[in-house]
Design a protein around this ligand. Sequence first.
Ligand code: GLU
Length: 447
Amino acid sequence: MKEKIETFMAEVRARNTYEPEFIQAVQEVAETVIPFISSQEIYNGKNILLRMIEPERVITFRISWVDDHGEIHVNRGYRIQMNSAIGPYKGGLRFHPTVNLSILKFLAFEQVFKNSLTTLPMGGGKGGSDFDPKGKSDAEIMRFCHNFMAELYRHIGSNTDVPAGDIGVGSREIGFLFGMYRKIRNEFTGVLTGKGLSWGGSLIRPEATGYGIVYFAENMLTTKKDSIKGKIISISGSGNVAQYAAEKVIQLGGKVVTISDSSGYIYDENGIDLEKLKYVMHLKNVVRGRINEYVKKYPSATFFEGETPWNTPCDIALPCATQNELNGKDAKALIKNGCICISEGANMPSTPEAIAEFHKAKILFAPGKASNAGGVATSGLEMTQNSLRYNWTRKEVDQKLQQIMSSIHASCLEYGMDDTGYVDYVKGANIAGFVKVADAMLAQGVI
Ligand code: GLU
């Protein structure tokens, strides 16, 4: 089996030489899915995984825009349309200077499995730009978004491809993108999700990714007859996912002691309560300031410049910043300090070495494609409401989100539990995500 996986990976590496993140994401899937394929008559010998790792379409384009001082800039735009076997391409747009083909292909590939797990009919895609929103004025952001959509509009549509937010793309950016799409196409459709409530958005969509990872952690803890209540939680990141993960943890009686941004992390031994969280939301969403401001406002907290929070003792870790933010050394430190559960909020935040440590220690570990699927699932619910031209209540959407997270958890148990009762959530998520897409691809023939 090892040889089979290695032969497959050699081909992947040869074809995608300069794409380390994409290769990493494929390797994780190959290690769990290839043994499964070999054991199943219907999938064996059909080269399904080979077909799944090749995007159906990759679009790159130029975005020229003018800053507030009249200077002209050029950025690169992308949309990776990875797989549409079970529904229109669906996935976020990321605006960050690190964006490149490798990052977006890994995200699009993960999205295929994640979207399949949600139980909703969504294919997988991802897009974005190497544009850096940091320090840009609202007017510059607006001009950039308008110019981005002036090209992207040709490639998307409510039945074709439905983008949403990701790092650097929040409700402000979705507004500008939607405005330009509506103007060029002269139609009001659910072509983007994460929209404002008065123009087609869904209640709970902003909260959904963060709430979802906590619901997933609660599902995992229930298998050990345990819960979030009374637990110490370490969170990385301070964007949308981290903020609402913290809110749900606090509501469920846990104590959040860390949050971070790219400049470092803060440790608040007394816990970040709802009032302090409100301050963080204002700091990050309105003032757009740095996280060290927190210690000026709450001097009992400490700021650790340039560090990640994984050395602080906690019961549960929620990595909500970005890919590969938690390495093997961090994983060892978490385990040594008594961490029993990790629920990923970001996409692929744990390195393969870190995941190996979690599995070796047999603690609860949920990969992002399962635990952070609540965001895109609620995007799917936004699409449904747009099609119905109707809005569900907050309670209705939240209940559906909780049901979806429980169903994803059940799928992970179905395919990930071994003879001893230990659940490998990576294996479970990969195989469950694969089966639905593979069955659809088989049914539709070789195309
Ligand atoms: N960017 C989010 C993700 O990684 C959400 C995508 C969406 O809502 O389409 O799943």
